[in-house]
Design a protein around this ligand. Sequence first.
Ligand code: NAD
Length: 483
Amino acid sequence: MYENLLANVPTDLWIGGKWCKSSDNQRFDVIDPATEKVIASVASATVEDAKRAVDAAQEAFPAWAAKKPRERAEILRKAFEIIMRDAERFAKLITLENGKALSDSRGEIAYAAEFFRWYAEEAVRNIGHISMAPATGARIVAQHKPAGIAVLVTPWNFPAAMATRKIGPALAAGCPVVLKPASDTPLTMLALMPALEEAGVPPGVVNVVPSRRSGPVVSAMLHDPRVRVLSFTGSTEVGRKLLHEAADNIIKPSMELGGNAPFIVFEDADIDAAVDGAMIAKMRNMGEACTAANRFYVHDKVHDEFAKKLTGKMAALKVGNGLDDGVSVGPLVNKEGRDKVIELVDDAVAKGAKVLTGGKTPTGPGYFYPATVITNVSNDAKMLNEEIFGPVASIQTFKTEDEAITRANDTEYGLVAYLYTKDLSRGMRVSEKLDFGMIGLNRGLVSDPAAPFGGTKQSGLGREGAQEGMKEFQETQYVSVIW
Ligand code: NAD
């Protein structure tokens, strides 16, 4: 049915501006999670291929770094335009390999392209500073230079945006990159390579090495002295491992890791607005987002109204193949992901939680799970400490502001928190007490290429997007001079 879409999608490695097989000719299957059918077979990079990709990046580095900022900016801007021109094709491909509803994929591709537009604008604002050393009167001339070859490792939940959020600033800063996309969803980034080539990205500046052998392939690159940046988005568990590896060569790390977002609804909140925000914070990507609201804390005076309205909206969502009209809940990405959701809901229910809607796994094929609301969740339920990564809203109640803050902060993660109140001073007071890198204050969505995205505690190191995002790919050099 979607053969046309797949017919022109590349499935080999993209190294030095050329498509090539893996050195041992191994390949791996990509599955459509809605049908469980194999939709493509992709080359699986070896350690040797990874080295070739770093060679290509090294060759491209001097000329790319030497380009005028405006030239790099124009290429990034063109990339934005070309991706938007072909947005529908890319969106369908995302849905095909990831499962998410087409409306989510359209949102993702626009978000992904926007990182190229934003960093086209940032590439020309690479501003350093000059000052005078207080004691000697020498001038301090500080400027930001490209840090070097960057290895990018990305997850499956946003196959396009998590990669462009890194490629945009890296290229703006003058760094070449080698990208290892997630094995569940390698097609989207491979399909984007001709778009970057058409935009004028020179051979070797962006290389893509999908692999089923992520561990050795990424490790080999992190132990290559030419690699100077690791930008990783994925689980805290894998991030921790890669941080250890990056330590061997003192590689600059940028880590976007897991989350466990609280969503607090105070008694003075606009409940309809809170429910609308909850639908976005929970259901964008069917809950398969690091920013997904994982724990709803609702004041006990408004719990019943909030739960009823949220349940009504969740129950109305259509489950099905993400490519079909009207579907807003596609399948989860794979069997393990769906099994984890089932396990977490069963655990909560066994500990006394009440299911208000959903909670029943449909028969296959496809890794479907319905939009689910559960309340009365006990404090020892596993889902309060782990990422659910599925369309399940779990609700608990609270009585005081301090209690809400304490419970929201009671996690090793610190990516994003959401809160709803009509009292802006309370909103700001509580925001400052929440130990999270991002706060959605009366908003269910914080992602924006112009904003510094990232977390505290075990949710990561560094920021992506905004001006901060480019710094992750730069070293500051200062010249001490007396003139
Ligand atoms: P994952 O950690 O399993 O995989 C991420 C990437 O690392 C993939 O490309 C994978 O192939 C690779 N990888 C896995 N094991 C590796 C190893 N031993 N060595 C080198 N590379 C390895 O994560 P995932 O399941 O793809 O994505 C979901 C996770 O990503 C969730 O925890 C989610 O919260 C997180 N995430 C975070 C952000 C953020 O911005 N903070 C955004 C999206 C997703």
